[in-house]
Design a protein around this ligand. Structure first.
Ligand SMILES: Nc1ncnc2c1ncn2[C@@H]1O[C@H](COP(=O)(O)OP(=O)(O)OP(=O)(O)O)[C@@H](O)[C@H]1O
Ligand SMILES: O=C([O-])CC(=O)C(=O)O
Ligand SMILES: [Ca+2]
Ligand SMILES: [Mn+2]
Length: 700
């Protein structure tokens, strides 16, 4: 049965169904039941959407749509259609169509770098395999499995360099070899994915299309953080916090489960990479995973080491064990579904069980940065960032789908990064080495740079393509609405590499307001900027089926409550301090509705939002004529070049003025009740700023 989170709970011989099951087990409750909304109409950030299929075969059949009837059907003429044929049958037939000789050649060509003479040339410390073996060690055994580099389909020619010393106390599993694919190239990862991972295909522009399985978004309710003596006092716990606690022992139980699963495989993928382009604050990460899809995703999203950097990589600062195909054991303490994403800051490790959505790795590491960086007086931010020709830097904050990637990718400016940044006294630095763009309804005309980045090397998640010519249909939501492209940042022509920049001049807060009452742009004073930063508002439309749905307000502190580790006011105080120190201007930009709420009005044209952003960058908007709006007290300009003036004040765009006022007050109420929990906290050195921030909210 699906619970409200869309998670499936499977146990032993049956499925958990209703209150009691055949074998007398209680239905598992996920924490925060009735997740979507709580009575006050506020829902909390959760990008996880239910997958639109009942079975794995159905999911796979969604991915490909049949060619137009005119397309000649090449290959096998079958009574069953391509889409309804099981993937296994299809592959069997494909294999039969390749001659035996051709198949042998294919096997020969698979490029794996088998290690020759590694034992003689490296000391154990420098040998990444030695270090990987230690990483994969069970908590009960001193050493890990016997790891060998290379493809298990090719038998090792040499005696393994870690000689097997048989003892009767070891189990079979520790006598087994695990082959390690260490920092493979995209081409090698393509081959692995296509050969071994169902649902992997090359699209007509050369991207690798993959399926992330049952989960097509993050599962924030399944995230756990180890609460020990240190984290107990350092982190934010309790109501509203994304840190749901677990104890050290339970973490080790899950770690063992993940490590045993990975060791049971013939091969694992290991990526050694970096986070943060600021050389003084670079973090070394290792990702151990079971899928080429995951390895290529992280290859694109993290910073790629040079061969020299890899040679001297040493011990990672943080390790992820991604055993996402394997569920957690729901009899384990703290588990509320078959998915668990577990963070242990003391051990510097993360374990993933029961979800293959690759964004968990990206955002899991982001959480780690939200812990490590503030300790160094560096502010970590869920924001995009770009820089003009004159060196003016802008940050773009916003929740998922509000436009960080779309608006920071600007043909006239240098892209520093699209999603995760650090702000220090040296300026800004991107945490990542790639971008993760939403691709639903992507168009070449509106977003040419993202469109062109979808080429060889790019991972395309959960998109639907033509079964024959492999053209992607970006409008197709059959698998999910959260279709994504992950590509290295250098695929954007004007990426700024290294991805660092000077102190920001503009701080742009993005909200996709499906209520349609926030102005397309307003200039904020520092207190208002802090108020909206702490509120972290957006309103998306839940569900796309069955006609018009109510917009749902989402408040996510710091525009990323799912990733922060300490209390939001810590980050807010740092932001206020930095904006004040470097004289940055705050702006609120509504990338959502105008002229009425969702269903009545329409989404503000991207073309207009771009003009608004241009006017912010150029400085011209700073000198416009402003007036103050009712309720939110926002300063709005009377005109902007290239934007129809009648949309700038939202009341003018609404035909029904009473409906506008009613909706405005309703939204104001939602802001007010959300902010209540923050009014008791002091932000900054004295109470002055705290009072100003509290007063910067809606008044009605
Ligand atoms: N006026 C507009 N401004 C910005 N984006 C718009 C606008 N109208 C439509 N869009 C669409 O909204 C989406 C914005 O998504 P985007 O990928 O930029 O989100 P994001 O903020 O980067 O989220 P995430 O953190 O999940 O990556 C894009 O698909 C874009 O085409
Ligand atoms: O993390 C993800 O899955 C996508 C993303 O960028 C976000 O939700 O902010
Ligand atoms: Ca993005
Ligand atoms: Mn994001």
């Amino acid at each position: 049965m699906e619970n409200e989170n869309g998670n499936r709970h499977e146990i032993g011989n049956g499925k958990v169904d209703g209150r009691m099951t055949g074998n007398g087990l209680m239905k598992i409750q996920t924490n925060g039941k009735g997740n979507k909304k709580n009575g006050n109409g506020i829902c909390h950030d959760d990008s996880s959407l239910p997958v639109r299929a009942q079975t794995i075969d159905e999911l796979h059949s969604l991915q490909k749509k049949r060619s137009a009837p005119t397309t000649p059907s090449k290959g096998f003429q079958l009574n069953s259609t391509f889409a309804t044929m099981s993937e296994e049958d299809r592959q069997r037939q494909q294999l039969q169509s390749i001659s035996v000789k051709g198949q042998q050649q294919l096997n020969e060509e698979v490029s794996t770098r088998e290690i020759d003479g590694l034992t003689t040339s490296s000391t154990q410390q420098q040998d990444p395999l030695f270090s990987i073996s230690a990483s994969l060690a069970s908590s009960a055994r001193e050493t890990g499995p016997k790891v060998v580099r290379g493809d298990p389909s090719r038998a090792p020619k040499h005696v393994p360099h870690h000689p097997v010393i048989p003892t009767i106390s070891v189990s079979d599993s520790s006598l087994k070899f695990t082959h390690v694919f260490y920092n493979l190239s995209p081409a090698e990862l393509y081959e692995q994915a296509i050969k071994h991972e169902k649902g992997s295909f090359i699209t007509s522009t050369g991207a690798l299309a993959t399926l992330s399985g049952a989960k097509t978004g993050r599962a924030p309710r399944d995230k756990r953080v180890v609460r020990d003596a240190t984290t107990d006092s350092e982190l934010w716990w309790g109501k509203g916090s994304p840190n749901i606690e677990m104890d050290e022992h339970t973490f080790m139980v899950n770690r063992e489960r993940a490590v045993d699963y990975l060791n049971s495989l013939d091969k694992v993928f290991v990526n050694d990479q970096f986070l943060n382009w600021d050389p003084e604050n670079r973090i070394k990460v290792r990702i151990v995973s079971a899928r080429a899809y995951h390895s290529l995703f992280m290859h694109n999203m993290c910073i790629r080491p040079t061969p020299e950097e890899l040679e001297n990589f040493g011990t990672p600062d943080f390790t992820i064990y991604n055993a996402g195909q394997f569920p957690c054991n729901r009899y384990t303490h703290y588990m509320t579904s078959s998915t668990s994403i577990d963070l242990n800051l003391a051990r510097r490790e993360m374990v993933i069980l029961g979800t293959q959505y690759a964004g968990e790795m990206k955002k899991g590491l982001f959480s780690v940065m939200h812990y490590l960086m503030p300790k160094r007086q560096i502010l970590s931010l869920h924001s995009g960032c770009n820089m003009g020709k004159n060196g003016d830097v802008a940050l773009f904050f916003g929740l998922s789908g509000t436009g960080k990637t779309t608006l920071s990718t600007d043909h006239n400016r240098y892209l520093i990064g699209d999603d995760e940044h650090c702000w220090s006294d040296n300026g800004v630095s991107n945490i990542e080495g790639g971008c993760y763009a939403k691709t639903i309804d992507l168009s070449r005309e509106k977003e040419p740079d993202i469109w062109n980045a979808i080429k060889f090397g790019t991972v395309l998640e959960n998109v639907v393509f033509d079964e024959h010519n492999r053209d992607v249909d970006f409008t197709d939501k059959s698998v999910t609405e959260n279709t994504r492209a992950a590509y290295p940042i250098e695929y954007i022509p004007n990426a700024k590499i290294p991805c660092v920049g000077p102190q920001p001049k503009n701080v742009i807060l993005l909200a996709c307001d499906a209520f349609g009452v926030l102005p397309p742009v307003s200039r904020l004073n520092l207190a208002q900027t802090m108020y909206h930063f702490i509120s972290g508002y957006t309103a998306l439309v839940a569900g796309t089926v069955d006609g018009v749905k109510e917009p749902t307000a989402t408040f996510s502190a710091c525009f990323g409550a799912a990733f922060i580790m300490m209390h939001p006011t810590k980050y807010a105080a740092m932001l206020a301090d930095k904006m004040h120190k470097y004289g940055a201007t705050g702006w609120l930009v509504n990338t959502g509705w105008s002229g009425g709420r969702y269903g009545v009005g329409s989404r503000i044209k991207l073309q207009y939002t771009r003009k608004i952003i241009d006017a912010i960058h150029s400085g011209s908007l700073l000198n416009a004529n402003y007036k103050k709006t009712e309720v939110f007290g926002l300063e709005i300009p009377s005109e902007i070049e290239g934007v129809p003036s009648d949309i700038l004040d939202p009341i003018n765009a609404w035909p029904d003025k009473d409906a506008y006022k009613e909706t405005l007050v309703k939204l104001g109420g939602l802001f007010r009740s959300n902010f209540e929990v923050f009014t008791d906290y002091q932000i900054g050195e004295d109470n002055k700023l705290t009072e100003e921030i509290a007063a910067a909210g809606p008044i009605f």
